[in-house]
Design a protein. Structure first.
Length: 385
């Protein structure tokens, strides 16, 4: 019997996992432990009795603990080898994030075992990608999933809760060392789909990343994914995931309808309307603008033009708050802000009148009126209704 009184095969497997997590091969570990490689293999296979001093040396070398090895849970989610197998050789930060995702999934499984409350999966069937327009396939898949979940065509206020509570996806939000990493996705048959989002990124970026990784669950769940900021999609599965993420958060039918309604009411489409649509859909201003470009509602290059003209979402975040949650800087609700801005622009109310009407001081009124005035209008495509 070994020093922990455990089944030697189980302990050997856990020691093997701990060695793998420390990024050591059997040859390297055996040399550092001053053991023959055949001896280490026998220990990991449970065929050779482990001595106390050998166990202590392994615990120290692998960066684990006796308690970790002795835990009663038999669930161990090991994702790093899958990410190492990806083409492009993921960097150390990505592998560290993969290790973190595995640790978090393992911890959640252990809690579920303790409480006897397993996470129930409600995944859609995996779908094959066919020749032809990949964006069209993504649009169809997003609408089918929305229908399956009973979402209709409305905005998704909290995609993290949706994935976790409605679909049984293990999803975590943690700060990652590399700010360029948006998120990771992996599927393990034992524990299911796992997603990790970078807490350093804005809420809107995290929502888009979560939706993108959901696309991988639908189209290529056996292939892990590391999503980097601004990395161009190369593989067909990656292009599908990107298109799916956009379509799932901003359905084409709804986007066209709301765009047409705003143009009909105001006679043109302005940066203010862009801010409102992005706020309603819980996405970034860039994502909303590019979606309208993609749907030919705005001319291609509109977002680049806006940036050159000084458009910034920072002031919008202050005025509208974070996703509808009240903050000290949140002054008025989005619809009221839009109406006040339009009334002032048309000369119907002065700054003083707005200050009195909205019960805010003149400085805040000025900030409200300055928001979204990057050269006033955006020109819709002539084909947009």
């Amino acid at each position: 019997m070994n020093p922990l009184g455990m089944d030697p095969v189980v302990l050997g497997e856990r020691l093997k996992l701990a060695r793998s997590r420390s990024s050591r091969t059997q040859e390297v570990a055996a040399r550092e432990l001053k053991l023959a490689r055949t001896t280490l293999i026998a220990i990991e296979q449970g065929e050779r009795r482990l001595q106390r001093e050998e166990l202590n040396a392994m615990v120290t070398l692998y960066g684990t603990s006796i308690n970790e090895l002795a835990r009663s849970s038999v669930v161990r989610v090991e994702l790093m080898p899958r990410f190492r197998a990806l083409s492009g050789a993921p960097n150390d930060a990505a592998l560290g994030a993969a290790r973190l995702l595995g640790d978090l999934a393992t911890a959640e499984c252990e809690l579920e075992q303790l409480l006897n409350q397993p996470l129930r999966r409600n995944y859609p069937a995996e779908r094959a990608l066919f020749p032809g327009d990949i964006r069209e396939q993504a649009e169809t898949a997003s609408l089918e999933l929305r229908h399956r979940l009973g979402l209709g065509l409305g905005p998704i206020s909290d995609i993290v809760s949706l994935l976790e509570l409605e679909m049984g996806v293990r999803i975590f939000v943690r700060p990652l060392a590399d700010s360029k990493i948006s998120g990771l996705f992996a599927f393990d048959e034992t524990v299911g789909a796992c997603i990790l989002l970078n807490a350093h990124h804005p809420r809107e970026r995290r929502a888009m990343t979560a939706s993108h990784e959901l696309g991988h669950l639908i189209s290529a769940r056996d292939r892990p994914d590391v999503l980097f900021l601004d990395s161009p999609a190369q593989a067909r599965e990656e292009k599908f995931a990107t298109a799916f993420g956009v379509a799932f958060l901003m359905p084409a039918t709804t986007t066209r309808s709301r765009f047409a309604e705003l143009v009909r009411e105001a006679g043109r489409f302005s940066p203010r309307h862009l801010i409102i649509l992005a706020h309603v859909n819980n996405v970034s201003y860039e994502a909303m603008c590019r979606r309208m470009e993609e749907l030919s509602l705005l001319p291609e290059g509109t977002w680049e033009s806006l940036k050159e003209r000084g458009f910034s979402g920072s002031l919008a975040s202050e005025v509208l708050g974070d996703g509808g949650r009240a903050t000290e800087k949140q002054i008025i609700p989005p619809r009221l802000w839009l109406l006040a801005s339009e009334a002032h622009e048309k000369g119907l109310l002065t700054e003083g009148q707005l200050s009195e009407l909205l019960h805010v001081d003149r400085v805040d009124v000025r900030r409200i009126l300055d928001l979204g005035t990057a050269d006033n209008d955006l020109q819709p495509q002539t084909s947009a209704s």
